[in-house]
Design a protein around this ligand. Structure first.
Ligand SMILES: [Zn+2]
Ligand SMILES: [Zn+2]
Length: 395
């Protein structure tokens, strides 16, 4: 039987009375956890008739905005809009949950939490412009980073002990956390021109992937140490959620444009080129606007400066009359290229798509995927949680 080539919507879970902020899959148990603006955390389990039914509905003191779950001990961390992190323990049958600990982590809405079971660390970021680092057994604060803007996401690599904290401005702080509570700033990743909404981590190749308002996904090569950055362009609106499959080396992106992107990362793309800034076009040498001296000498109006996405040269409109897709550089949608590069592009070899896009008919805020069972869940602002069968093309 030929493999199916598009996602199949199999369930719609309705129950939340307002937006679902976060959702995740309970591995192997065929269960789902959701958290919403209606101040509830819900657990849904798959019954014999193949339908999901609510098994837990817990009311919190404030809207539930972030989730982290550790299945080995069935520990669930819930971040709230009032800045609290609540730790619950789920019963073995997943029909009850008990509150174990309360951490007053932040002064404002928590936007993301991650848990490191190895060190018993709970890492959280908030709109109070801080990253907080707590012990998940004692609730003791271990460290704080104050940032210049709202913090949106946090990712942690337990091997290198690096934490990545994304901000509304688009920058990503790279922090080194050490036992004993030492926190040091290693680097800041700057390329996004808008808020970072999502990040994920490739543990094998030590690469960070980030996406957000600027419709662009960046891949940051952390292990290489050369600061290599790759760019993925194919969506037409803000990117809300990313998931990386280590098995197939595919990156799945959910976007406000209602498209689901599947990017093949087993193929290495060319690094993003640096844009040159010049006074004159690097092909015809005509002056650009703001080059007043050049305009005066040549007695002509300045032209607008554009950039070729392939070579990075500063060029005028006339010398960049073409736009084309450049999948080997991550451009799945048409971008500007200079007339010189256009001549070199081989239509067949260079234009073969390295990503596919599916219209799923809804803007998804957050996706989660269970590689073993081949299902994907998506939370959206229409209060519905959708479940898709994605076997056969993502795995
Ligand atoms: Zn020119
Ligand atoms: Zn060029």
């Amino acid at each position: 039987m030929a493999a199916r080539r598009s996602p199949l919507l199999i369930h719609k879970l309705e129950g939340h009375s307002s937006e679902i902020h976060s959702a995740l899959i309970i591995p192997r148990e065929e269960g789902i956890i959701t958290a919403g603006a209606d101040k509830t955390v819900r657990v849904w389990l798959k019954r014999e008739n193949n339908q999901y039914w609510p098994s837990i509905c817990h009311s919190a003191s404030s809207p539930c905005t972030a989730l982290a779950y550790f299945h080995e001990h069935r520990r669930l961390f819930v971040g709230l809009a009032n800045g609290l992190v609540v730790l619950f323990e789920l019963s073995e049958d997943l029909n009850r949950m008990e509150r174990k600990m309360l951490t007053a982590a932040h002064q404002a809405r928590i936007d993301d939490i991650t848990f490191c079971p190895l060190n018993e660390w709970i890492l959280s970021v908030s709109r109070d412009k801080t990253f907080q680092w707590h012990c998940s057994q004692t609730a003791k604060r271990l460290g704080t980073l104050r940032t210049s803007g709202w913090c949106t996401k946090v990712v942690f690599d337990s091997e290198s002990q690096l934490a990545f904290v994304a901000e509304y401005s688009g920058q990503i702080y790279v922090l080194k956390l050490e036992a004993g509570g030492k926190l040091s700033e290693v680097n800041t990743l700057k390329a996004h021109t808008g808020s970072v909404q999502t990040m994920c981590w490739d543990n094998e190749r030590k690469r960070l992937m980030s996406g957000g308002y600027d419709q662009t996904i960046f891949i940051w090569d952390i292990a290489g140490g050369k600061g290599q950055t790759f760019e993925l362009n194919g969506h037409f609106s803000k990117i809300n959620s990313l998931f990386y499959s280590h098995v197939s080396r595919k990156l799945i992106s959910a976007c406000d444009d209602k498209q689901l992107g599947i990017w093949d990362l087993s193929i290495d793309r060319d690094e993003t080129c640096i844009w040159e800034d010049k006074m004159n076009c690097q092909i015809c040498e005509k002056p650009f606007i703001l080059n007043f001296k050049g305009m005066f000498v040549r007695k002509e109006m300045g032209r607008r400066q554009h950039h070729c996405r392939k070579c990075g040269k500063a060029i005028c409109e006339v010398c960049s009359a073409h736009s084309t897709r450049l999948p080997t550089m991550g451009y799945e949608k048409s971008v500007r290229v200079c007339n010189e590069c256009m001549r070199e592009i081989s239509q067949e070899a260079d234009m073969k798509p390295l990503a596919v896009f599916f219209d799923i008919g809804v803007a998804i805020n957050k996706i989660d995927i269970d590689i073993q069972s081949g299902i994907m869940i998506g939370a959206s602002s229409d209060r519905v949680l959708r479940v898709w069968d994605i076997k056969g093309f993502v795995m």
